[in-house]
Design a protein around this ligand. Structure first.
Ligand code: GTP
Ligand code: CA
Length: 536
């Protein structure tokens, strides 16, 4: 082998060394970063082989112990879900999807709303199902046909149907089931139901905290919800007070348990409350109803002066047609507010619990932050209030609106029809009477946020129901194997650790068995090479 010039001090007539040598400087080690090609030394590959073996073993262990244990997923990890929200003022359909591998939800596949709600079919319940057809066509445009048969469709009706006689409820639901069975989606009869108000509140709480990123975290960091719907109000939040069983819900996400107060106050939704108030006023049954100068007519403080009442029945109205001709619009915010408070406190004297803030229904003291949704949001938006506005701002806006002449309001808000414009005097007064006078939220409290979505996630209880249903499915199909492994009773982790230690030891001992590590150095004095064993 040609010697390199580096050994110029070496006696050139020396026998060539048989060893594979490299450019040498004085007493240098043979280890150079650019080793000359040498005959392969099997033991020098032991470590990479052992490490690769370890890696292959670990990956195969994962598939043997964990992945294979999971039942097989549908052809693709994406699953669709369709949910019909049967509300008192309208029925809306939501299409969602979730990826069972990434746990990613897709909420904005679309939703469509049709008025009036299912409760408006109380007089002809067998036609209720037909009201779903356009909604189903919408959903079929959103879900790929190949997925229809595997896509569950559920109808969850709320306060509107809760207010309807049970026999009529069943007829309306049966009419809907008849249509859903042949929808092409996957359906079972008990997937069309009237859900409890408590469930409705829990679903709303789930989607709010999912959107806020607090679901799965510290219970004291979660946000409560107050939802002002058309026929009911839902209040759901984490409470540290002892809760009577009928108001208590326990939710477990991951390793965190949430003790929730959840209740739906039927009849307290904005539309029903407004109808009830005006009915009472028009019949003179309302003790605060001030008689107008004209005998037999009563002042309605919740309608701006100049508004003419007539026989009313808003689409989807729950009340039968009511004759409001005995009412005279006398727009006055504070009188409207006290009339609303009388409604909200109705029955409080019968409270048999530690604390009742609305009627005679138990409610623990509100704690933490809240999101106020649906009508809270619509009303604050109309008055141009920002999300964290104080109730005092709403109070002032309501006072101005109620006191304004109806003709001026019509001119100012030409895009709104009478029915929609009229409601803002009542809704502003009702909200102050509800949140401040009844629930005790101070007029300058920042705990309340008026919102109908958080970032791009709409605060629809239907999404919360879907999240709960999907994660429950995921837990079944796809146990959070991380927590399973970490939990102290899992053999998987121990076997993986033991196995990897064993393999590391094998790798290490293979490397020890290698041919002794030799080191060749050139001794200038003796003028020859010396080979010695490397000690490790
Ligand atoms: N001001 C205003 N109110 C709206 C608007 N859209 C819907 N609403 C009202 O907001 C409320 C909607 O809340 P929802 O929960 O959808 O009502 P719902 O589901 O029909 O009624 P519930 O069965 O009680 O839940 C209803 O009182 C509607 O009348 C809007 O654009 N502006
Ligand atoms: Ca609703």
């Amino acid at each position: 082998m040609r010697r390199s010039h580096a050994r110029t001090r070496i006696n050139s007539n020396m026998d060539p060394i048989k060893l594979h040598t490299r450019p040498l400087t004085r007493s240098t080690n043979l280890f150079s970063r650019n080793p000359k090609p040498t005959k392969s030394n099997p033991s020098s590959f032991a470590i990479p082989i052992a490490l690769t073996a370890t890696l292959i073993t670990l990956i195969s262990c994962y598939y043997v112990f964990i992945h294979a244990a999971k039942p097989s997923f549908p052809p693709s990890s994406v699953k669709y879900g369709v949910l019909l929200d049967g509300g008192s003022t309208g029925t809306r359909i939501h299409v969602f999807s979730y990826d069972t591998e990434t746990n990613h939800f897709d909420f904005d596949l679309g939703s469509m709303r049709l008025n009036p709600g299912l409760s408006s079919y109380a007089v002809n319940p067998t036609n209720a199902g037909d009201s779903l057809k356009d909604l189903l066509d919408f959903a079929k445009r959103k879900v790929p046909p190949a997925f229809w048969a595997d896509t569950e469709i559920r109808l969850m009706a709320t306060a509107g149907l809760r207010l309807v006689d049970v026999v009529v409820q069943d007829k309306i639901l049966d009419s809907c089931r008849r249509v859903l069975r042949v929808s092409g989606f996957r359906f079972a009869d008990d997937w069309a139901t009237v859900i409890t108000g408590s469930d409705e509140g829990v679903y709303a709480w789930i989607v709010a905290n999912y959107a806020l990123g607090t679901l799965g975290g510290d219970p004291s960091e979660t946000t409560g919800i107050i939802e002002l719907g058309g026929a009911s109000v839902q209040v759901t939040f984490v409470s540290d007070e002892p809760l009577p069983q009928e108001f208590s819900r326990t939710l477990k996400f991951g390793n965190v348990t949430y003790n929730l107060y959840s209740h739906s106050f039927l009849h307290f939704g904005q539309n029903v409350a407004f109808e009830t108030l005006r009915e009472l006023l028009s019949s003179g049954d309302f003790n605060t109803a001030a008689e107008s100068l004209q005998k037999g007519t009563y002042i309605d403080p919740c309608s701006p002066k100049g508004y003419l009442h007539h026989v009313e029945s808003s689409p989807g109205s729950l009340a039968a047609k009511i004759d409001l001709s005995t009412l005279q619009a006398g727009g006055n915010f504070s009188e409207c507010r006290s009339a609303a408070l009388t409604l909200l406190q109705n029955g409080k004297e019968k409270c048999s619990y530690k604390s009742c803030y609305l009627g005679s229904t138990f409610m623990p003291k509100l704690r933490g932050k809240f999101l106020a949704t649906e009508n809270f949001f619509h009303t604050s938006k109309f008055f141009g209030l920002h999300q964290r506005a104080f109730l005092s701002h709403l109070l002032m806006a309501g006072e101005q609106f109620c006191g304004e002449d109806w003709s001026k309001l019509k001119k100012k808000h030409q895009s709104l029809d009478d029915e929609d414009l009229l409601r803002y005097c009542f809704s502003s007064a009702y909200i102050v009477a509800l949140l401040h006078d009844s629930l005790g939220i101070s007029l300058d409290d920042e705990r309340i946020g008026f919102a109908n979505q958080v970032e791009n996630i709409p605060l629809d209880w239907a999404l919360g129901a879907f999240i709960l249903q999907s994660t429950a499915v995921l837990d079944e199909l796809h146990p959070s194997w991380i927590s399973t492994i970490i939990s102290d009773d899992s053999p998987t982790l121990l076997s993986l650790i033991a196995l990897s230690i064993m393999l590391m030891v094998i790798a290490w001992s293979i490397s020890k068995w290698r041919k002794p590590q030799l080191k060749t150095i050139y001794d200038l004095e003796k003028g020859r090479y010396i080979i010695s064993r490397v000690n490790r």
